[in-house]
Design a protein around this ligand. Structure first.
Ligand code: GLN
Length: 545
């Protein structure tokens, strides 16, 4: 097995996750089996409880692990299912060590960063390698070289290199060349410093990916080469591109695959990139093929300031746009401003062609979301509700179609008279026992579809599997009365007990799902629900311009 470590220098936010994902995608396109894992140096045990404001979306894998959003990029680029062995944090590593120490397993020895922390990190990589059984394991080290938290991870990487040998382990370092407006030039000093910082840790990069907003002249590449002791051809310009899906193609323009394979003593292979090239062509075509207008998709949320908070939903919508040959503009609408009857926000809502209510937690902005769903239902605007979005749609229906007052989810009002969304009794027990982790339904669960439904039309199969991340469920006591009023339950758990999908009979396209289909959408394979939602939106706009 070959290992590629991806590190980052200069500053965060350069797209290290996308770089790692792109390297993976290129190697997979050569026919290799690959997987990617991320080592996060922060002390949180997992990102499940981190604020989306600070950290963006929590991505969920099939096996129910709550992970860093970079794993979403990995899955979208390499089209492989990741698992709990694809992401760990310093918090998890230290927790393991401290638990072991308390159980007396270190036999009273002094526990130190080297060897105990580095050993635990290496054991994690080893378990991943054993589980994945791939040709290449790509390991992204989170954060920036020079961060104090990252040191044990870099040291573990150094030891890994020493143990496995230089022909099996490769280091790729992503840096940044800032542009100075006054002198009109790109600067290499920060790259030099970050490489020196790596060397201080005993690591030397084999390849540099030089991020820049501007083209990099040959002389600058030569300068980096001289100062960083790397051949010019091993410095790949990574110029800012319009779409992240262009990144692997750009790397390959500089023969990245050939350099990697040569360094690792492997015969050269040519990646098969036809489908990606077609996708990029489509993304870049402007106006969209077919000349339709740009579809405005409203997304009602509370984390609208943080672009990464709904990243998988954004990507799923864009992919659905590509397959339907339409361009999509996502219009973020703040639920709380709708609630305050802010005219600007309401005007925004009234101008959309389709509505998405994504997942969320807590009661802030709920009434605004309910208002928005009411607007979409009454005005026959295509609607897709994701997890909390489905719960909101059920509440809206009961309140306004059934004309019942005091309907809510117990998450937003514990004393509501009609808890149409609630925590099931068996889950409540777990919470009482302070077993909060186990109180969430996480990961892939099967769902059986009703044949006569929009959901079946989209999936074209009876049994599906989708990923979950929620605590509350649809309350079956209200099922019959809602169905009689025109709500369609089009998907349930195989035993029929858990409501998974709701639809409306009297509406062109209105679907709410208790799961997160966005986690399984792929750029080359749009998710069926997102695809049909955009198709319905496009049909509505073209038939009714
Ligand atoms: N807060 C809701 C629940 O826990 C919905 C969660 C979500 O949208 N991911 O059930």
């Amino acid at each position: 097995m070959k290992y590629i470590f991806v590190t980052g220098g200069v500053c965060s936010g350069l797209g290290k996750g996308i770089a790692a994902a792109s390297i993976g995608m290129l190697l997979k396109a050569c026919g290799y089996k690959i997987s990617i894992l991320k080592l996060d140096p922060y002390l949180n045990v997992d990102p499940g409880t981190m604020s989306p404001y600070q950290h963006g979306e929590v991505f969920v894998t099939n096996d129910g692990t709550e992970t860093d959003l970079d794993l979403g990029h990995y899955e979208r680029f390499i089209d492989e299912n990741l698992s709990k062995l694809s992401n760990t944090t310093a918090g998890q590593i230290y927790k393991k060590i401290i638990n072991k120490e308390r159980e007396g397993e270190y036999l009273g020895k002094t526990i130190q960063i080297i060897p105990h922390v580095t050993e635990t990190i290496k054991n994690f990589i080893q378990s991943a390698a054993e589980e994945k059984q791939v040709d290449f394991l790509i390991i992204e080290i989170g954060g920036t070289v020079g961060d104090i938290e990252a040191e044990p991870f870099l040291e573990a990487a150094r030891q890994w290199h020493q143990e496995k040998g230089g022909k099996n382990v490769l280091f790729i370092h992503l840096t940044f060349l800032p542009f100075l407006k006054t002198s009109g030039e790109l600067k290499t000093k920060l790259t030099q410093v970050s490489v020196r910082e790596l060397q201080r840790q005993g690591l030397h990069p084999d390849i540099i990916l030089a991020r820049s907003d501007y083209p990099i002249k040959k002389e600058l590449i030569e300068k980096i080469s001289l100062f960083c002791n790397i051949l010019p051809e091993e410095i790949i310009p990574a110029i800012t591109v319009k779409s992240i899906y262009e990144v692997p193609l750009n790397f390959q323009k500089y023969s990245l695959v050939e350099i990697i394979l040569k360094r690792l003593d492997l015969k050269n292979r040519i990646p098969e990139l036809n489908d990606w090239q077609k996708l990029i062509k489509k993304i870049k075509s402007n106006p969209p093929a077919g000349g339709e207008k740009i579809l405005k998709i409203g997304m009602i949320g509370k984390y609208t300031e943080h672009g990464d908070a709904y990243i998988s939903v954004n990507e799923a919508l864009k992919s659905a746009g590509y397959v339907n040959n339409v361009k999509i503009k996502i219009e973020f609408i703040a639920a709380e401003d709708l609630e305050k009857q802010n005219k600007k926000e309401w005007d925004k809502l009234k101008a959309i062609d389709g509505l998405v209510v994504p997942g969320g937690f807590g009661s802030r902005g709920i009434e605004g979301k309910i208002e928005a769903v009411k607007y979409a239902r009454e005005n026959k605007i295509p609607f897709l509700g994701l997890c909390m979005g489905m719960q909101i749609a059920a509440i809206e229906f009961a309140r306004y179609v059934l004309k019942t007052k005091d309907v809510n989810s117990t998450e937003f009002d514990a004393k509501t008279k009609h808890p149409i969304i609630y925590i099931m009794p068996e889950q409540r027990e777990k919470i009482k026992n302070k077993d909060y982790g186990a109180s969430m339904r996480l990961g892939a669960y099967p769902c059986v579809l009703n044949k006569d439904s929009l959901a079946y039309k989209a999936y074209k199969q009876i049994e599906i599997s989708e990923r979950h991340r929620h605590r509350y469920e649809f309350n079956n006591e209200y099922r019959e009365i809602l169905e009689q009023a025109g709500l369609k339950i089009s998907g349930t758990s195989p035993d029929g007990k858990l409501v998974e999908i709701i639809e409306l009979k009297d509406h062109p396209w209105f679907v709410g799902v208790q799961f997160h289909p966005e986690f399984k959408s792929q750029p080359l394979r749009a998710h069926p629900l997102f695809r049909d939602f955009i198709k319905a939106t496009k049909n509505k706009v073209t038939s009714n311009p």
